[in-house]
Design a protein around this ligand. Structure first.
Ligand code: HEC
Ligand code: HEC
Length: 444
């Protein structure tokens, strides 16, 4: 039970172990066939015998964690980090949503068009009378005024509008939830209860951005014209985004396909080291990266690995490897945001949704002959440690890897894969589905 290499700890842990072992022997159920006394006490028995009473320090930690998780959820869903300055004030996205008739430009974005672009509506934010009207078809889903009504209720997942006192829409900002949440479609397709952490593989991020009347901040930054921007963002398609484009300016892969990647799941991440397909850093590193440089919020971000003129020319030119904006609307939110994401469990597949016998056969291949478990180590399904591999090791091209600091791919934690099957035939734009060789072992 004691690790002989820890002689100093040994004395105290021996006493603790003995006390616990005694308690365990007295309280824990004995495994069948084992005598109550003299039987070896398992670690699980010791753990289950730990007193359930929490002292004041423990209680404060528990309560603090719960508060932080609630706060993180609010931030994930509703905090725009000041990104209105970009999406609204600079690009004018709110004007395209409202449409000319309601003080904006163009035809406006009707709820039907919004749903078609993969935007989701939070059914829990709708008051009963509106639910009733929607059920009875009394609300015009082709009228942008209905979209503004939904925005006023904070019911469009991941988008928040600001209104003038007169009721006109003044600006719009975005949230983490816009890409990393969907809904369960319980009301109708696209309208339901929120599911945070589930990637929204319906959302056409590129087309939503292209609604904006002023593309200049993007075309100037990328050094391309509007036509080229349109081509690049249209090529993304539903469920994809390019989180490196604004730093390296690479809109397309050498084979002419879009450089965007699929939106990954943001659930089941506790215990996983390194995040994003290419393992840029921890959850909290990436949150600061995204909130500052992608959502275009206002805060502080430092990552000297981006200060690399060959790899990230735009990050160097714009100085965005070292952002210090005041007031900082992001940094104070990182702890809660971090804990919340670690708390989101990977969803379990619904009962009866798969063939158990086939899954069991797959599992034995996974941990056996096919050697998947060598990298996808259960129950984390990624390697504990530094779970990074070269493109060669896993038999895919190195395009996305080369756009990241470590130039490797992170072993994707596979939990909850069923919840984002759309687009799952390839992870990154360049990943070919794994093909088993005749000997069904990985070519590594
Ligand atoms: C516009 C869409 C978009 C928004 C908004 C967005 N993300 Fe992401 N997120 C992505 C994409 C795409 C990736 C994968 C990037 C890559 O691999 O290059 C990603 C990766 C991640 C990951 C890594 C998951 C893993 O595989 O380990 C986490 C965690 C995450 N985002 C959290 C957040 C949080 C928190 C916010 C808000 C601060 C946010 N994201 C905002 C698109 C988005
Ligand atoms: C050498 C390590 C390694 C082995 C062995 C390995 N994988 Fe992976 N796997 C990875 C890496 C790294 C990625 C991420 C690739 C990327 O981001 O494009 C990945 C990605 C995946 C994905 C995509 C996950 C997602 O979120 O879309 C699936 C599915 C998968 N692996 C299944 C398997 C199966 C099944 C096997 C066994 C036949 C296997 N892997 C063997 C390293 C490995």
């Amino acid at each position: 039970m004691l690790n002989p290499r820890w002689p100093i700890l040994g004395v105290t842990s021996l006493a603790v172990s003995l006390a616990l072992a005694t308690a365990a022997a007295a309280q824990a159920p004995q495994p069948p066939g084992k005598a109550a006394s003299g039987a070896p006490v398992t670690n699980a028995q010791v753990m289950s015998a730990v007193p359930a009473v929490l002292n004041a320090f423990d209680l404060a930690n528990n309560q603090g964690a719960e508060r932080l998780i609630d706060e993180g959820r609010r931030i994930f869903r509703y905090d725009t980090f000041g990104s209105e300055a970009f999406w609204g004030d600079a690009l004018g996205l709110h004007r395209a949503i409202a449409g000319a008739r309601l003080g904006g430009v163009g035809p406006g974005l009707s709820p039907r068009a919004a749903l078609a672009l993969g935007l989701k509506v939070d059914a829990d934010a709708l008051p009963p009378d509106l639910v009733q009207q929607l059920r009875q078809g009394q609300r015009d889903l082709d009228d942008p005024a209905t979209t503004l009504a939904l925005l006023r209720l904070n019911a469009i997942v991941g988008l928040t509008a600001r209104f003038t006192p007169e009721g006109g829409v003044r600006s719009v900002g975005m949230q983490c939830a816009s890409c990393h949440s969907t809904v369960d479609n319980s009301f109708m397709k696209g309208i339901g209860h929120r599911l945070d952490g589930w990637p929204n593989r319906d959302r056409d991020v590129g087309k939503v951005i292209l609604l904006a009347p002023n593309a200049k901040p993007l075309t100037d930054r990328l050094g391309i014209d509007e036509e080229a921007l349109k081509k690049a963002l249209t090529a993304w398609g539903p469920g994809k985004f390019d989180a490196e484009l604004l730093h390296d300016g690479k809109a397309f892969r050498p084979d002419g396909k879009s450089a965007a990647t699929l939106l990954p799941a943001a659930f089941g991440l506790a215990g996983v080291n390194n995040h994003t397909w290419t393992g840029w850093g921890s959850v909290t590193h990436w949150n600061a990266y995204v909130a500052n440089t992608q959502m275009r919020g206002q805060g502080t971000f430092f990552d000297p690995r981006l200060n690399n003129p060959e790899k990230f020319p735009i990050a160097v030119k714009t100085g965005e490897w070292n952002i210090r904006k005041q007031p900082d609307l992001i940094t104070a939110k990182l702890p809660a945001l971090h804990l919340y994401q670690l708390a989101i469990a990977a969803p379990r597949p619904p009962e009866g949704s798969f063939d158990r016998a086939a899954a069991t056969r797959g599992q034995s291949l996974f941990v056996g002959k096919a050697q998947c478990a060598r990298c996808h180590v259960p129950p984390l399904f990624t390697e504990p440690g530094w779970p990074m591999h070269t493109a060669d090791e896993i038999g895919i091209d190195d395009f996305q890897a080369k756009r990241s600091p470590d130039e490797r791919y992170r072993t994707a934690p596979l939990k909850g894969l069923w919840a984002h099957m759309k687009g799952a035939s390839t992870t990154t734009a360049g990943l070919r589905p794994f093909r088993m060789s005749s000997s069904t072992t990985m070519p590594i």
